[in-house]
Ligand binder design. Structure first.
Ligand SMILES: *Cc1c(COP(=O)(O)O)cnc(C)c1O
Length: 324
């Protein structure tokens, strides 16, 4: 089985938007005077923590499964993921009548494992520090004829994720800056396609955890840089490299990549819980932390920020708050 090397364009994002219409939530855009005061700008938070399955990943997953022909759907899909892609793919597959197998790290948050099974997937575990998860997933794909749907390095995934920024700009109008979290680059690449097409002049910025700045290094070096598995509370951005289809889009359409610390993520989670009454997971706070903690200068600007997900269990959340 060869995976299409196709690099998506904004046209693909528009196709994705029509496929997910009426199925994915058109998530609300949140605003806060306190957040504006802290950053000096006007901030628009796209609340993908309120998306189906709790993260923007449902957009890409549903788009990718929708794109399969009837025979491929009947055989099903397989993925390896640190969590949210797994839940999203399992849910999307179930909604579209396809079986799914998810290869997950043994140390994935319990809430994500339970949710993935709850959405109808079979879960197979691997060791994050020893096993090659991609090889395990490929084996299952070959044995059972299931289509591998990777979490970020895939044209339909990138296009699906780009619908988050498409909706945001449709709703709030022109932006000076668009900020999204960055793991493997599905969200950032897709959103950059939308931003550069709909809001010319909008700066697009990705945010990574300090401990895992492979995307930043890659952009500076002009080639994909691979790093050792990072340790951060941003468990959705523990990727060690950006995707081959994602990188050219990042190079062409992303203006900067910055980093934030775990402490800044905790401060930001607390801000959302206390001030805005929303639960955002650590990875989901990457973009907002950069805006609210002064890493990105937002003064006088209209700034769109994707809150990418909300899947954090309450035990973990209270532990983060107790330490801070
Ligand atoms: C997957 C994920 C990310 C990173 O997305 P990529 O497309 O891999 O860059 C960010 N936030 C959350 C909540 C995620 O689940």
């Amino acid at each position: 089985m060869t995976v299409s090397p196709r690099i998506p364009t904004f046209e693909d994002v528009k196709v994705a938007a029509s496929r997910i219409f009426g199925v994915a939530h058109r998530t609300p855009v949140l605003t806060s005077r306190t957040a504006d005061g802290l950053s000096g700008g006007t901030l628009f938070f796209k609340a993908e923590n309120l998306q189906r399955a709790g993260a923007f990943k449902f957009r890409g997953a549903y788009n990718a499964v929708s794109a399969l022909d009837a025979e491929a759907r009947r055989k099903g899909v397989v993925a390896y993921s640190s969590g949210n892609h797994a839940q999203a793919l399992a849910y999307a597959a179930t909604l579209l009548g396809a079986p799914s197998v998810i290869v997950m790290p043994k140390d994935a948050p319990e809430i994500k494992v339970m949710a993935t099974r709850g959405y109808g997937a079979e879960v197979v575990f691997f060791d994050r520090y020893k096993d090659d998860r991609e090889a395990i997933a490929r084996g299952i794909s070959e044995e059972r004829g299931m289509t591998m749907i990777p979490p970020f390095d895939h044209a339909d995934i990138i296009a699906g994720q780009g619908t988050a920024a498409l909706e945001l700009i449709e709703e709030v109008g022109q932006l000076d800056v668009l900020i999204t979290p960055l793991g493997g680059g599905g969200l950032l690449a897709g959103c950059a396609l939308s931003a550069k097409a709909l809001a010319p002049g909008c700066r697009v910025i990705g945010v990574e955890p300090e401990a895992g700045n492979d995307g930043q290094q890659s952009l500076h070096k002009g080639e994909v840089v691979r790093i050792a598995p990072p340790k951060s509370i941003a468990d959705g951005a523990l990727t060690t490299f950006v995707g081959d289809r994602n990188f050219p889009i990042l190079q062409a359409k992303v203006d900067d990549i910055v980093t934030v610390s775990d402490a800044q993520l905790v401060q930001t989670m607390r801000f959302f819980a206390e001030r805005m009454k929303v639960i955002v997971e650590p990875t989901g706070c990457l973009g907002a932390a950069a805006a609210l903690r002064g890493v990105i200068d937002c003064a006088g600007k209209r700034v769109g920020i994707v809150l990418s997900g909300g899947n954090v269990d309450l035990k973990a959340l209270s532990a983060f708050f107790a330490e801070a």
